[in-house]
Each structure stands twice: as C-alpha cells, then as structure tokens.
Design a protein around this ligand. Structure first.
Ligand code: BDR
Ligand code: CA
Length: 321
C-alpha cells in the first residue's frame, strides 16, 4: 500500500532559500501535500514575504496554493530584517514577474488555527522557515490546537556553529526569541535544522551548475538565487558556497535517512542582551533537563543535492488528474 503524502503548512519569510524549500515541497506531491503557505515578517517585511511566496508558487506552476499574510512584527520586539543577505526584495537574483494570484483574505494565524481544528488530530505538520511569530501567536490564541500538531520541523538555531546574526544567535530565533521559546516549550514533537547542519548543505559551483543545467525556468531561477546569496556567504564564511538552510526542512520530510542528530534539550535565551536568541543545546546531556527536540547535526550533502536537483527538474508539474 502506498503511503499518503504528509500534510504540511509552510510558514515562511522568502528569502531565496525559503523559495527553494517551497519549490522542493511543490515538486514532491507523492511525499508532501502543501495545505497552505503562511508568510511572516523576517528576511524582509511582511508585504514582501507575502508577495514572494506567491511569486514562487507561480514559478512552480501552482497558483492554486493558498497564501496568507501573517504577523508583521515579532511578539514584543521591533523587526530585524536581513536585506544584507537576501537583497532589497528578499528574492534578489532572478527577474521574476509580479504575482497574479491573490493573497487570501484570512490572516495566516487564523489559517493555522482553522486548519489544525479542521484536519484530523495528529495529521498536520508545521514547517516554519522563518521567525516563529505566526506559530507562537496561533498557540497562544488557540491552545487547543497544540496537541493536534503532528510534528514541527523547523529551520532555526545553532549550537557548535554559534550565530549568523550575532555571535551567539541564528537569525530566525534571534528575530523572535519569545516566539521560539513558546514553540520549544509546547511539548510538540520538534525536529530542528540548525546552522550545524545547514552549513554542511553548501551550494558549490558544480551544484549551482547542475541547477542551471536543468535549463528550465525553475532551474535557471534557482541557480540565479543561489548565485545571489553566495556572494555574501562566501565572503562571510570563506566556504565553498552558500548554505541552503530552509530546503533541509522539506528534504527531511521526504528523506529523513539523509540526516542524523540527537534528541536533546534545547532552551531559548530571551533575557541576555549579549546572547539573546541563543539556542542552548544540551548536546552532551550534562543536565537533567527533559529532551524536547531532535537537533540535527549532519546530512549526506551529496544525496541531499541529488534529491533537490531531481525534484526541481520536475517543475512545473502537469496539472493533477
Ligand atoms: C535563516 O535565516 C534566513 O535568512 C534564512 O531564510 C533561513 O531561514 C538562516 O539563519
Ligand atoms: Ca527563511
């Protein structure tokens, strides 16, 4: 018997790597059913992330995917953005047309709440790829949905790789640490993709060329997106290419065996000015604190990029039925 695709909500702040994560999900209908995409303020302000999510759905040939705008600022702090990485639009690199598909009227947080209440309990996975504001707001407003979530697979945090926005913190967690704290304390099964693993998913020159060689609008756009943010990451890390953070979340849903990690305790620093947003991870299990997350530390990068390139080659998919 073939297994049913896993139902997910993608919560996102596109961002080139968010865009590639969305494309990977939409290219994988046998594994994943995208119920909707909720945009959040993060890499760029909400107006742009909500627009970019629609640009990406249209690039994938899926204008039928409902896209919702969620929260425009963190729970209790001013928004910090990352145009220095992603460019002014958040999706700098390829020239992509303005979206024609509408933004849904419903608020993204209401979509998350309604969907979790409507779908059978334990059947919907949340995939946050940006700050956790929408997710925490939904849990706060509708505590009954928490136990209905199947799993949260998120990109955020860092431990041995320390920080990319401050010396101690990864961007998604830093932007809204109070929201991250709510999520980490929710009791839901959580799988985390921290910088420790995403910094091993590097778009080297041959991997970038493999996207371009698909010779499709999607392949070219992805090559141009990764070209764009490579400039920044190469200078910053002196590495072989840009880390492809967010697609690791979707790849983990499709092929969890490509990844390895440890089920450990992760706490969020919300107080200290110096280390705010740090994900304090008990990797060596030196405390009695209860494990609350599968903290992924490694991946098979060759197979990850092979999977990604093979799936992107499918887009746009022919209409279903
Ligand atoms: C995360 O921050 C954003 O810039 C990326 O889209 C990714 O979600 C990496 O720290
Ligand atoms: Ca992101």
């Amino acid at each position: 018997m073939s297994k049913l695709p896993r139902k997910i909500i993608i919560d996102t702040d596109p961002g080139q790597d968010d865009a590639i994560a969305i494309l990977l999900a939409l290219a994988s209908p046998e594994d994943i059913k995208v119920l909707g995409i909720t945009a959040v303020a993060g890499n760029v302000p909400l107006e742009l992330t909500a627009k970019n999510a629609r640009i990406v759905c249209e690039l994938a040939g899926r204008p039928d995917i409902p896209v919702f705008a969620g929260c425009d600022a963190p729970l209790c702090r001013p928004l910090v953005t990352a145009e220095h990485v992603h460019g002014k639009t958040g999706l700098d690199g390829p020239a992509l047309p303005e979206p024609q598909m509408p933004l849904q009227d419903l608020h993204g947080v209401d979509f998350i709440i309604d969907t979790l209440r409507r779908e059978p309990s334990g059947s919907v996975t949340l995939c946050p790829l940006g700050p956790l504001t929408n997710i925490a707001t939904a849990f706060d407003r509708a505590p009954d949905i928490v136990e209905r979530v199947q799993e949260i697979v998120l990109m955020g945090g860092a431990y041995f790789e320390v920080g990319n926005i401050t010396p101690a913190a990864e961007f998604n967690i830093y932007v809204d640490p109070e929201a991250a704290d709510t999520v980490m304390k929710s009791g839901i099964r959580i799988t985390m993709m921290p910088l420790d693993v995403t910094h091993k998913a590097l778009v080297t020159r041959p991997r970038n060329e493999a996207f371009r060689a698909l010779n499709t609008p999607v392949g070219r756009a992805v090559a141009e997106m990764t070209d764009f943010f490579e400039r920044f990451d190469r200078e910053k890390y002196g590495s072989d290419g840009a880390p492809l953070h967010d697609p690791t979340v979707i790849a983990h849903l499709i092929a969890p065996r490509l990844f390895s990690g440890r089920f450990v305790n992760v706490e969020i620093e919300t107080g200290s000015e110096l280390t705010r947003g740090m994900t304090v991870t008990d990797w060596w299990r030196v405390t009695e604190r209860e494990p609350n997350a599968m903290f992924i530390g490694d991946l098979d990068a060759e197979r990850f990029f092979a999977l990604l390139t093979e799936r992107l080659a499918r887009l746009p998919l022919p209409p279903a039925g």
